[in-house]
Ligand binder design. Structure first.
Ligand SMILES: *Cc1c(COP(=O)(O)O)cnc(C)c1O
Length: 404
């Protein structure tokens, strides 16, 4: 979308503001779908990346399923119109009562530890379930983003496969599918292939399995030099392995994925306004009307986000550090060349669709931003800006006679 359109939206709705381009989301979803040519494919959007009800509805309209990691996300999915059977519940470390609630609501559940598997066997022996495995494979050797390594809390270790099989046999548990989400970056086809081969060999142990869920890990570009998942390439090669495995088993298994970031990250931008341009002896800061309370990725993950001054696109490029208004060192970007910034200019942060609004908070008692969805050039307010009333809604000052 054109920067002038974003300027108009900033004027219309105020800042800070999240804007999502629904047409981009649809294009990414359809590209993803087209990349994997298998008989049965189901793409579950990982709700935690961007949980706004309107976004969830858009995914429903696109024919996606949902991947939820909490009972609240499930309820949001149902509210958005999803059929419970299109929702996969993939939590970790939750109480058994939460699984029971998800089962009652009719979602598919993925079991991520042995004690829970045993409880399923005792209480729900006929319920078809998914089992989350930890294959202990790491892509690229970056342990920070991998959840598949040996010390990871996620999934049941493949070394405990005998324990899984023992419980499955003892209680006649119905294993409908197996699941991995390594969290690793899926860039190289060969690593993906290794995970697949491992999973196929495990799948061989389960006679009635109907689907295999490969989670996510699809990487997008935050800057031009970033390596990213070539979905066409990965998809076509992966489909070949998968189809060969189906042929071997003489059964059409459903291939499932749970992308979050890949589908929504570059569909979103975050708009902030320049409060102050502050020259110090070391550098020039641009202070904006937001902070890590609204946009935590640079501080939390050292994430890089492109930042543009859309109010002054012809302005001379200068070196700036862009910082927030929170009473902590909340730096969005250091030493960036940005068109000259002046008070009240609008800065646009790219790749703000995934894990941005959904990780926001009220720290410093600041109000959370509004969210806008654009569909075919028309803008819709999909979440109102918070008000001071929202902030105090659930707080009470007790009625006490003698406080001290
Ligand atoms: C977070 C998560 C995803 C989505 O990961 P992305 O990197 O956003 O694609 C998928 N599956 C599970 C189980 C997750 O926890």
């Amino acid at each position: 979308m054109k920067n002038n359109f974003y300027l108009d939206l900033a004027k219309k709705y105020g800042t800070p503001l999240y804007v999502y381009d629904g047409d981009v989301i649809a294009r990414k979803f359809n590209q993803f779908k087209a990349a994997f040519k298998v008989k049965s494919l189901k793409i579950h959007f990982a709700a935690k990346a961007l949980t706004n009800l309107a976004i969830l509805r858009l995914f429903k309209e696109l024919g996606a399923g949902l991947d939820c990691v909490s009972i609240e996300e499930i309820k949001l999915g149902l509210q958005a119109g999803f059929d419970p059977s299109d929702i996969i519940y993939t939590p970790n470390g939750v109480a058994f009562s939460e699984y029971e609630e998800a089962i009652k609501l009719g979602t598919k559940v993925t079991i991520d530890n042995l004690p829970t598997l045993e409880k399923i066997g005792i209480h729900y022996p006929n319920l078809p379930i998914f089992i989350r495995l930890n294959p202990h494979l790491m892509a690229g050797g970056n342990s920070k983003i991998s959840v598949g390594h040996i010390g990871s809390k996620f999934g049941i270790s493949i070394h405990q496969l005998p324990n899984i099989l023992r419980l499955v046999k003892k209680y006649s548990i119905q294993v409908e599918g197996i699941h991995v989400h390594t969290g690793s970056d899926i860039i190289q086809v060969d690593i993906f292939k290794r995970v697949a081969e491992l999973l196929f060999s495990i799948a061989d142990q389960f006679e009635n399995i109907k689907s295999i869920d490969f989670g996510s890990g699809f990487k997008i570009k935050y800057r031009d030099s970033d390596i990213y998942t070539d979905i066409q390439l990965i998809g076509s090669q992966f489909a070949t392995y998968f189809n060969a495995y189906c042929e071997k088993r003489k059964r059409d298994l459903t291939l499932r994925f749970e992308p979050g970031k890949y589908l929504v990250s570059d569909a979103g931008v975050f708009l902030t306004q320049v409060n102050v341009v502050k020259l110090t002896t070391a550098c020039t800061f641009i202070g904006v009307n937001s902070g890590f309370n609204h946009f935590i990725r640079p501080m939390f993950y050292d994430a890089y986000h492109e930042i543009e001054n859309i109010s002054n696109p012809e302005g001379e490029k200068k070196m700036y550090s862009v910082v927030g208004y929170i009473c902590e060192s909340d730096t969005f970007a250091e030493d960036r060349l940005i068109n000259e910034a002046r008070e009240n200019d609008i800065l646009l942060f790219r790749n703000s669709g995934a894990y941005c609004y959904s990780m926001s908070s009220n720290y410093n008692s600041r109000l959370r931003p509004a969210e806008v969805l654009v569909l075919k050039g028309k803008d819709y307010l999909i979440r109102e800006r918070e008000s001071f009333d929202d902030l105090i809604r659930h707080q009470n000052i007790p009625v006490v006679k003698n406080w001290i």
